[in-house]
Design a protein around this ligand. Structure first.
Ligand code: KG4
Ligand code: ZN
Length: 321
C-alpha cells in the first residue's frame, strides 16, 4: 500500500511474504492470497498513519489489475474498487509491468515531472518477465523482445533451488557471487547472438543442473558468480544493442532482478562506455511494491484517465496489447 501526493511518496508499506513462501520453496497461490486478506487492512492503516492522512483525503484509488496471480490480484482490486465506490472517487487499474517499467523515472531528477522527456530503452527483469521495451512516451510502448522460456528472476530462483539456497534464490546468488570467481565455469549465453531482442534462460539453468553432479566439491560462490555472469552478460549486451539499433541514448532498468549488484555494475559501466544515460530505480522500488503502481496511477490521473469499476483483473495482462 502506497500513498502519493503528486510525485511525492508519502508512505509505502510492503507486507513481505518471503518468510511464508520460503517454507514451501516457492509461492503457493492460496497461501499468498490468504496472507493478502489478513494483512491488507493493517497495511492500509500503517500507510495512512505514516502519511498522516485519512481515506477521505484521497483523490483516487488504484490497484494492480495484472499480470499476476488471480487470487491475489482480485483482493487488491476489490478493495481499491470498494474504496472508490465508498468515497465516490475514480478507480485506476494499473498494469503491473507498467509499474516496473516506469519505476526508474519515479523520483528521477526530471525538473518538471515530464519524464520520460525523451524515448528510452527499458529492460524489465522480474520473477515472471524479461522484457526489452522502447518507451516512446508515457503510455506508448513498443515491445522489442522478451524471454522465450524462463524469466531472468525465475532462472535465478531455480538455480538457487538447485544449489539448496532459500527462496527466492536471486538475492542469495547475488550475495554468494560476490566472493566467487565468475570465470571458473563457462555457462551458455542463450540467444546472445540472435539478431532479435529475445532471451532464453532455460538452457543456462539446465547447464548448471548438469554441471553440479560432475563437481567433486561444489564451491557455491564460483557457481553463483559464473551463472550470474552469464545472465548479466546477455541482459546487458542485448539492452545496449537495442539502444544502438533504435538510436536511443537513455536506458531504464527495472524489476526485482535489477536489484542485482552485478547487473547494476555491468549495466552502469556499459552505458558509461557507450555514452548512454542510465536510470535505475532504488532497490525498494525494484522488487514488487505499491509505490510504483501509485506512480503510474498518478500519471494516468493527471491525463484525465480512470478505469471502469467493472473492469476485471487479468492474470495474463500484457504490457502492449
Ligand atoms: O519484480 P519482482 O519483485 O516480482 C515479480 O514481479 O516477479 O521480482 C522478483 C524476482 C525474484 O525472482 C528474485 O529472485 C529476483 O527478483 N531478485 C533478484 C535479486 N533481488 C530480487 N535476482 C537477482 N539478484 C538480486 N539481488
Ligand atoms: Zn513485479
Amino acid at each position: 500500500m502506497a500513498i502519493l501526493r503528486g510525485h511525492e511518496l508519502l508512505a509505502s508499506e510492503v507486507a513481505s511474504q518471503i518468510a511464508l513462501h520460503t517454507v514451501y520453496g516457492g509461492v503457493v497461490p492460496e497461501v499468498a492470497s490468504r496472507h493478502h486478506l489478513r494483512t491488507l487492512q493493517p497495511v492500509i492503516g500503517r500507510a495512512l498513519a505514516k502519511a498522516q492522512v485519512s481515506l477521505r483525503d484521497m483523490d483516487a484509488f488504484a490497484a494492480t489489475s495484472g499480470p499476476g496471480l488471480a487470487t491475489s490480484l482480485m483482493i487488491g482490486a476489490s478493495v481499491a474498487k470498494a474504496l472508490a465506490i465508498g468515497f465516490r472517487k475514480p478507480y485506476l487499474a494499473v498494469n503491473h509491468l507498467e509499474g516496473h517499467l516506469l519505476s526508474p523515472f519515479f523520483g528521477a531528477p526530471d525538473g518538471d515531472g515530464k519524464y520520460p522527456q525523451r524515448p528510452a530503452i527499458a529492460l524489465v527483469v522480474s520473477g515472471g518477465h524479461t522484457l526489452l521495451v522502447e518507451i516512446e512516451d508515457f503510455g506508448r510502448y513498443q515491445l522489442l523482445g522478451q524471454t522465450r522460456d524462463d524469466a531472468a528472476g525465475e532462472a535465478f530462483d531455480k538455480v538457487g533451488k538447485l544449489l539448496g539456497l532459500p527462496y527466492p534464490g536471486g538475492p542469495h546468488v547475488d550475495r554468494l557471487a560476490r566472493q566467487g570467481d565468475s570465470a571458473r565455469h563457462h555457462f551458455p549465453r542463450g540467444m546472445l547472438d540472435s539478431d532479435d531482442f529475445n532471451f532464453s534462460f532455460s538452457g543456462l539453468k539446465t547447464a548448471v543442473r548438469y554441471l553440479l553432479p560432475k563437481l567433486g566439491t561444489i564451491h557455491l560462490p564460483d557457481v553463483c558468480a559464473s551463472f550470474q555472469e552469464a545472465v548479466v552478460d546477455v541482459l546487458v549486451t542485448k539492452t545496449l544493442r537495442a539502444a544502438r539499433a533504435r538510436g536511443l541514448r537513455l536506458v531504464a532498468l527495472s524489476g526485482g532482478v535489477s536489484c542485482n549488484s552485478r547487473l547494476r555494475e555491468k549495466m552502469r559501466a556499459a552505458c558509461a562506455a557507450a555514452g548512454l544515460e542510465l536510470l535505475v530505480a532504488p532497490p525498494a522500488l525494484c522488487t514488487d511494491n505499491a509505490a510504483m503502481i501509485g506512480y503510474v496511477a498518478v500519471r494516468k490521473l493527471a491525463r484525465g484517465e480512470s478505469s471502469s469499476l467493472i473492469s476485471d483483473i487479468d492474470p495474463n495482462l500484457r504490457l502492449v496489447a
